[in-house]
Design a binder for this molecule. Structure first.
Ligand code: GDP
Ligand code: K
Ligand code: MG
Length: 298
């Protein structure tokens, strides 16, 4: 149902930890769906949210792994990140305008060189910055990279966020609505529930797990008593990770389930029966696959 003039596309969000990427996403989506984790680099390459209006659909992709490769996993993540950056229509490079440019920012800038995708420099946290300082920051960054646009915002207070959205829209090509309009806006439950479960796994398991997991809600249905039955699958990439997520005698999975169920019950306001499965699936991060797994089924 591609209406003439309708625009759509994928937008990479890139920026070092704590610059406000999740806060921005939450502001745009109007609800708490992006994971607000204190652990750096826990977010994997995935859809953070879909923003649909009458004129356009923006699919925001998180870009993890933007750090110096220290080990195999890091290098793999770098590849994933580079591919993501190439495949999307627009890159949002978010920085913390209230802090001096750091090595993390410099590293991202290096990575963004030789990239044809339009890059929007987003200076976040302007509520903490004097306008003169903001001008200085803009100069510093502009000296280092050629940006298509520079947009200061406060993701927390919402300042200039609408403007940023219209700037993004101007870079999107005509395209179809990839996701049902109500996927995130009216019926976000599946998405939020999968994020809640993922959050618990990340929270409870060791450092090695985070990049490798994905969660899909397979079924969610209320019975006659109002109890909601949720079946979800936690995807990992290796058998060893499966073992870690399940834990000794199923202890870890049980704990994940208990914490997640508590949150889901609060979210839905009803009793929840949660059934969790763990499956090994190599390369689930592959783009077409995660697009399918996160909502678009035909
Ligand atoms: P992420 O790691 O890039 O996803 O960063 P978060 O969205 O988790 O934000 C990190 C911290 O910065 C949180 O405490 C946010 O409340 C705070 N923050 C984010 N955006 C703003 C902003 O525009 N102004 C201020 N003052 N704080 C912000
Ligand atoms: K964070
Ligand atoms: Mg975040």
């Amino acid at each position: 149902m591609s209406e003439k003039g309708f625009k759509s596309g994928f937008i990479s969000i890139i920026g070092r930890p704590n610059v406000g990427k999740s806060t921005f996403m939450n502001k745009v989506l109007g609800q708490k769906v992006a994971i607000m984790s204190d652990k750096p680099q826990t977010t994997r390459n995935k859809i953070q949210g879909v923003h649909t209006t009458e004129d356009s659909q923006m699919i925001f992709i998180d870009t993890p792994g933007i750090h110096k490769p220290k080990h195999q996993l890091g290098e793999h993540m770098m590849k994933v990140a580079r591919n993501t950056l190439r495949e999307t229509e627009v890159i949002l490079f978010i920085i913390n305008a209230a802090e001096e440019i750091g090595r993390g920012d410099e590293y991202i800038i290096d990575m963004l060189k030789n990239n044809d995708t339009p890059i929007i420099l987003v200076l976040n946290k302007i509520d903490l910055v004097h306008p003169d300082k903001l001008m200085e920051q803009i100069t510093v960054y502009k000296d280092k990279l050629n940006f298509s646009e520079v947009v200061p915002i406060s993701a927390l207070q919402g300042n200039n966020v609408d403007h940023l959205l219209s700037v993004i829209e101007s870079y999107l090509p005509e395209g179809p609505m990839y996701y049902p309009e109500d996927r995130i806006t009216d019926h976000p439950e599946h998405f939020i529930v999968s994020e809640l479960i993922r959050e618990k796994v990340l929270h409870l398991t060791s450092q090695e797990i985070p990049h490798a997991i994905g969660v899909e809600v397979d079924k969610m249905k209320a019975d006659d008593n109002g109890t909601v039955h949720v079946t979800a699958t936690i995807y990992v990439e290796r058998d060893s990770q499966k073992g870690m997520v399940i834990g000794k005698g199923g202890k870890m999975l049980k704990e994940v389930g208990q914490l997640a169920r508590y949150d889901i019950e609060n979210l839905l306001g009803s009793k929840v029966f949660l059934e969790l499965w763990v499956k090994v699936q190599k390369d689930w991060r592959n783009k077409s696959q995660f697009i399918r797994s996160l909502g678009y089924r035909d």
